[in-house]
Design a protein around this ligand. Structure first.
Ligand code: UDX
Ligand code: UDX
Length: 444
């Protein structure tokens, strides 16, 4: 099938590439000419595992194209996916101006003789947005165009986006038109995934409800981690014990510094706002946000308690990305932590395997030393903080790290380090929701 994807970001680019991989002909459209030029030259505008090779092979096979020309994409393609940002306004409501703008552009590009077109919303949007997209198209398109609007939310995780797209747990398609539904089922037929066929509004709600539930699950285990710290229990053991119950499941039960990224914070806020607008407020999600913010505060408080005064202390931070396997630092808790440490006068060096450029941009003006080697980052430090769950941190040579540091104190904000190894290497090892291990009578 001929598919257009409007918005070539983390979602649009990976989705378009995976559609091409299963045999569709895909045109990825973006209004950022620089980004499109990079892609045309075979350069990557973002880091996502396995994506670069897949883009190259599909471009070579003639199934994947990049352009800034939305009009020609609408002419060529029977299905048009919208994957542009839906950022939060200051009051938590969702900024739908990009969605509205693109809908208007699609309407302008639609011509009566073109034939049937399906416009699919892939971006996360408040319930009832699909209806508004349809209204915009109806209002601005010439009379006689034949179009339906569908909601098809995306559940990919950054860092494992290609895998998630190629092996979805389910595909949600929301439409009030059987004709559009049948076309969408053909798009997804090669993926062999269960398809959840629902009405438009339910599909939109599924996305907000799913992301908020996952955020709630993380906040739940983080709240439990605070209890564990007081009780001298171990949150990892508690999570294992409850996660083996299949009704709960072990996924998304990792305690840490809290959730970040471009989706959970925005979608929880968005769902709170939408539910309030509808007169059925999801008060429970306010507590989810509160727990998430408290998690970083409690962790900072523990570092402060250990060092007494943060001013002029040298703190090394491993990790800037909001999670492992990405260069994305949007709403990254690691970045928030670094900023807080700097505001209190600590000297901070930071390292991330993929997010050093994006991290440096996010930290501009904060005078943070960005290192290109994780061991150099730790040199002379009084505390090492692990802020992102990269695998290479967990497998680091901790004896070497300890020898480079001024004091052997580690704060593992993601519970990924091997606690016994850290202690054997001579560290005083602090983590989330677990007892502190190792030396506790450090001089200084
Ligand atoms: C997208 C997702 O589709 C959505 O679910 C989420 O709500 C936020 O936006 P992501 O792909 O991570 O997420 O966003 P981003 O990496 O910022 O990419 C968006 C792309 O759209 C950018 O390349 C931007 O240049 C492009 N864009 C934006 C357009 O092509 N047209 C516009 O009008 C606005
Ligand atoms: C999320 C959803 O998982 C995905 O379905 C949706 O399409 C987009 O939003 P993403 O934000 O890319 O994906 O990554 P995810 O793996 O969900 O992690 C989000 C945040 O939660 C990260 O900061 C991560 O560190 C944190 N997290 C995740 C935890 O703190 N504990 C966990 O157990 C899982």
């Amino acid at each position: 099938m001929n598919l257009a994807i409007i918005g070539t970001g983390y979602v649009g680019l990976t989705t378009g590439t995976c559609f091409a991989e299963v045999g569709h002909r895909v045109v990825c459209v973006d209004n950022n000419a620089e980004k499109v030029q990079m892609l045309l030259e075979g350069r990557m505008p973002l880091y996502e595992p396995d994506l670069e090779y897949m883009i190259r092979s599909n471009v070579d096979a003639g199934r994947l194209k990049f352009t800034t020309n939305l009009e020609s994409a609408v002419e060529e393609c029977e299905i048009i996916f919208i994957a542009v940002p839906t950022p939060p306004h200051a009051d938590g409501s969702v900024d739908l101006s990009y969605i509205e703008g693109v809908s208007h552009e699609i309407a302008d590009a639609l011509k009566p003789g073109l034939g049937y077109r399906v416009v699919v919303d892939k971006s996360t949007v408040p319930v009832s947005t699909g209806g508004k997209v349809y209204q915009v198209i109806e209002r601005y398109a010439p009379l006689g165009v034949d179009v339906d609007v569908v909601s098809n939310p995306e559940f990919l995780r950054e860092g494992s986006a290609v895998h998630d797209l190629m092996n979805p747990d389910r595909v949600v398609i929301g439409s009030d038109s059987q004709r559009a539904m049948d076309m969408m089922k053909r798009v997804y037929q090669p993926f062999n995934a269960p398809i959840v066929e629902v009405d438009l509004a339910s599909a939109e709600l599924i996305k907000h409800a799913a992301n908020s539930f996952l955020a709630l699950k993380i906040s739940y285990i983080n709240a439990v981690s605070a209890v564990c710290e007081k009780a001298g229990a171990d949150v990892e053991l508690v999570a294992r014990g409850i996660g083996m119950d299949r009704r709960i499941s072990s996924h998304f039960l990792n305690a840490g510094l809290g959730y970040g990224g471009s989706c959970f914070p925005k979608d929880v806020k968005g769902f709170i706002n939408v539910s309030e607008q509808l007169g059925a407020p999801m008060e429970i999600l306010k507590e989810v946000e509160r727990v998430n913010a408290a998690q970083l505060e409690r962790f900072l408080g523990r570092i402060r308690k250990k060092l007494w005064v943060l001013r002029n202390k040298k703190i090394a931070v491993w990790g800037m990305a909001f999670k492992k396997n990405t260069d994305d630092v949007r709403e990254s808790v690691a970045i928030k932590l670094i900023k807080r440490l700097r505001e209190e006068g600590a000297c901070v060096s930071a390292y991330d395997p993929k997010a050093s450029e994006t991290g440096a941009r996010a930290l501009a003006g904060y005078d943070v030393t960005i290192c290109d080697d994780m061991y150099e980052c730790a040199r002379g430090a009084e505390v090492l903080v692990v802020a992102t769950e990269w695998k290479q941190f967990a497998t680091a040579n901790l004896v070497k790290v300890r020898e480079l540091m001024r004091l052997p104190i580690m704060f593992d904000g993601r519970n990924i380090m091997h606690a016994e190894n850290a202690v054997h290497a001579g560290f005083e090892y602090h983590s989330v929701g677990r007892k502190t291990l190792g030396r506790t009578n450090l001089r200084g």
